[in-house]
Design a protein around this ligand. Structure first.
Ligand code: NAD
Ligand code: ZN
Ligand code: ZN
Length: 340
């Protein structure tokens, strides 16, 4: 099969032919149709996070495709089904976290495209329990970004407590942020979008943001304070400065939900203002299988819009550069179907 392989951290990916994986008794083999490019794949290939992946590996955790084979013990998924393969590749199913709706915090979890080969390939194997059915009627090109960008921001917006009469700011309106804006608006909040490029801010406005702020032109936190301060912020920008600015945007009792994972792993926030302001700082990691089902339901009902552009896997290295340059409005998706 064709795949994009990280041979060494920080080196260009090698797009080449490699062996098609074989499913174990509890796995499914999926012929991928589409695969989204998440900024996490770039961090992974460069080895930018404290816990590093071990090359060689195939990145990609926004995979969507058709099950072509099932392991001998699999009965919940059938050959021919369209499924999504998310970051949460598997979890133990029995720890405190797994049994209380927090499988995303399972200490035995294995992450797709990081600890095991992912979806920048024609085929992938996945734990049958952790693939999520993609409802008929959802375009696989849309389903791919929903599989990480969607589920992650859906969960993060839940943690903001967004509801009518709250003001929610989204810092970073790229792949993740453009969906965060929509989920916050669906929850009834007034949405403020903050980014550093005009095209992304125009898009945010079209997707339901009431206010947009160019962080290169003004101090975003001061602007948001002028509007009354944010009840909550979802920070998707991969920059410590943006997270610190997000903190300064909050009203008293506000919630900072951190989603973006900058290569530079430190932020600085003042203790005094955090305590007296009753501020919550919350880390949010992807979402559960149930969250992803809800994300697909909302999309199938026509309530969300995925902004994406199609690319060929052959161009994966140029695509990384495109994302890093800020030239991509929201998401790039590899079309892996025959003939494309
Ligand atoms: P992206 O590149 O599509 O979007 C990032 C956005 O932030 C861009 O629109 C960029 O212009 C904007 N930005 C950059 N600097 C900014 C600043 N100073 N102020 C405001 N905006 C700024 O990336 P993405 O795929 O949306 O991923 C974003 C981050 O989230 C990455 O670090 C990724 O690894 C992380 N991530 C986290 C989770 C999780 O579960 N916590 C899941 C997926 C991705
Ligand atoms: Zn992701
Ligand atoms: Zn567990």
């Amino acid at each position: 099969m064709k795949a994009a392989i990280v041979r060494a951290l920080g080196s260009p990916l090698d797009v080449t032919d490699t062996d098609t994986p074989r499913p174990t008794s509890t796995q499914v083999l999926v012929r991928l149709e589409t695969s989204g490019l998440c900024h996490t794949d770039i961090h992974a290939a460069k080895g930018e996070w404290p816990v590093k992946p071990s090359p060689p590996f195939i990145p990609g955790h926004e995979g969507v495709g058709i099950v072509t084979e099932i392991g001998s013990d699999v009965d919940a998924v059938a050959v021919g089904a369209r499924v999504a393969i998310p970051w949460l590749g598997t979890a133990c199913g029995s720890c405190d976290f797994c049994i209380t709706g927090w499988e995303t915090l399972c200490e035995s979890q294995v992450n797709t495209g990081y600890a095991v080969d992912g979806c920048f390939a024609e085929y992938v194997v996945a734990d049958a329990r952790f693939v999520v059915p993609v409802p008929d009627g959802i375009d696989p090109m849309d389903a791919a970004p929903l599989t990480c960008a969607g589920v992650t921001t859906y969960k993060a917006v839940k943690l903001t407590g967004a509801r009518p009469s709250t003001r929610v700011a989204v810092f970073g309106v790229g792949g993740l942020g453009h969906l965060a804006v929509q989920y916050a608006a669906i929850a009834g909040a007034e949405v403020i979008a903050v980014d550093v490029t005009a095209a992304k801010l125009d898009m945010a406005k079209q997707l339901g943001a009431t206010h947009v702020i160019d962080a290169t032109a003004v101090d975003a936190a001061e602007e948001i304070q002028r509007l009354g301060g944010a009840h909550a912020v979802v920070s998707t920008a991969a920059s410590p400065d943006a997270i610190e600015s997000a903190f300064r945007s909050l009203r008293r009792n506000g919630r900072l939900v951190i989603v973006g994972l900058p290569a530079d792993n430190e932020i600085s926030v003042p203790v005094f203002q955090t305590v007296l302001g009753g501020i919550s700082i919350i880390g949010s990691i992807v979402g559960t299988r149930q969250d992803l089902r809800e994300v697909f339901e909302l999309h199938a009902a026509g309530r969300t819009q995925v902004v994406r552009e199609t690319r060929s896997l052959d161009d994966v290295n140029a695509c990384f550069d495109e994302v890093l340059s800020g030239a991509v409005t929201a998401r790039l998706v590899f079309d892996l179907r025959d003939g494309s």
